[in-house]
Design a protein around this ligand. Structure first.
Ligand SMILES: *Cc1c(COP(=O)(O)O)cnc(C)c1O
Length: 353
């Protein structure tokens, strides 16, 4: 290990609130949010709903809960949600949609992680009658985490919206990193938001707040989600302390996401410069970089070994598979740190490619 604090690229969830965010939290007006009396939480919910072009919002302790509530308002037990096979809703929410919501799922695959509306549109069964499970909703993820932070094409999203509307199938947008998508594409949060019936967005990823997500939808849908949130144990009391961090993030941390994207691109370019097989810089659209390191077989260095070597040099990352590591840039990684980690990773990659 080096003496300096490690550069933590495991996820954009590792950010810590700075002084001014803490200041905003410390002075937030609060009340009991289960009674609907927390002014700061109410303000956050209204702000995010407005930003995403929906009637109402609901503050949740996690993105997983926001997704579970959004999906459950769209999908009755025993009907189905269809999603990409690498979607967070099907891979990383601990089966909560099935266990707590009775939601069944089918998945499509996206070559190269690129979203194509034709996949879900071609497999939905809007009215399964008395034989097949009926499709109630399609979930999309933008940006797509396990596909390397790719941004879904707005025209594909529009054609998904048109095709699902015709079939009376709903759309849930897992927008954990929707701010990254918006900053990268120039498409507004509202344009994305209006193409779905429910949308979740994380405050605790690129936006840099310590806790929380917001789910938005129609007033009626959010009222139902509010009841379910309490049922699942997610009713919070003076959570304005946390909501204040979210409001601070909306005011201060959206535009700066462009820096994270530049840092990710710099790392990808530097590594590709010496080991082109390890990463294609053109595949880096936002703040996530996937590195392919070796075959994972007897001759290639494994991703776990690569990550361990990088950790020894002071760069932390996530191991996603025997051949893939993931790096995520964020608010607490400076341009200098990105440069320093790029140099270290490039050196390691020349032996691992
Ligand atoms: C992080 C994330 C979530 C929510 O995660 P929590 O840890 O529960 O807040 C949802 N979807 C995607 C794509 C994510 O990356």
């Amino acid at each position: 290990m080096t003496d300096a604090a490690p550069i933590d690229l495991r996820s954009d969830t590792v950010t810590r609130p700075g002084e001014s965010m803490r200041e905003a939290m410390a002075h937030a007006p609060v009340g009991d949010d289960v009674y609907g009396e927390d002014p700061t939480t109410n303000e956050l919910e209204e702000r995010v709903a407005e930003l995403l072009g929906h009637e109402a919002g609901l503050f949740t302790p996690s993105g997983t809960l926001a997704n579970m509530l959004g999906v459950r308002t769209l999908v009755e037990p025993g009907t189905e949600l269809i999603a990409d096979s690498l979607a967070h809703v099907v891979r990383a929410e601990m089966g909560g949609h099935a266990v707590l919501g009775g939601v069944t799922t089918r998945t499509w695959t996206s070559p190269g992680g690129v979203f194509r509306a034709a996949e879900p549109l071609g497999m939905m069964v809007p009215d399964g009658g008395s034989y097949s499970v009926s499709t109630a909703a399609v979930a999309i993820e933008n940006t797509h985490n396990f596909a390397g932070g790719l941004v879904a094409d707005i025209e594909e999203l529009r054609s998904l919206r048109a095709g699902t509307s015709d079939a009376a199938v709903a759309v849930h947008l897992d927008g954990a990193r929707l701010a990254n998508a918006s900053v990268a594409s120039g498409v507004s949060l509202r344009e994305y938001g209006e193409l779905a019936d429910s949308v979740s967005i994380c405050l605790s990823k690129g936006l840099g707040a310590p806790v929380g997500s917001v789910l938005v939808g129609s007033a009626e849908r959010i009222a139902r989600a509010r009841i379910m949130r309490k049922r699942y144990g997610g009713g919070m009391r003076q959570c304005g302390i946390l909501a204040a961090a979210g409001l601070y993030a909306l005011d201060n941390n959206i535009d700066r996401i462009a820096d994270d994207h530049e840092n990710a691109a710099l790392i990808a370019r530097t590594v590709a410069g010496v080991a082109p097989g390890v990463v294609d810089p053109d595949s880096v659209a936002t703040n996530i970089v996937m590195l392919k390191v070796g075959t994972g077989g007897p001759d290639g260095i494994t991703a776990a070994q690569f990550a361990a070597d990088a950790a020894d040099r002071g760069v932390l990352m996530s191991v996603l598979s025997p051949t893939t590591v993931r790096l995520v840039t964020h608010l607490d990684v400076s341009a200098e740190q990105a440069k320093a980690s790029a140099a270290i990773l490039a050196e390691l990659a020349t032996t691992a490619g």
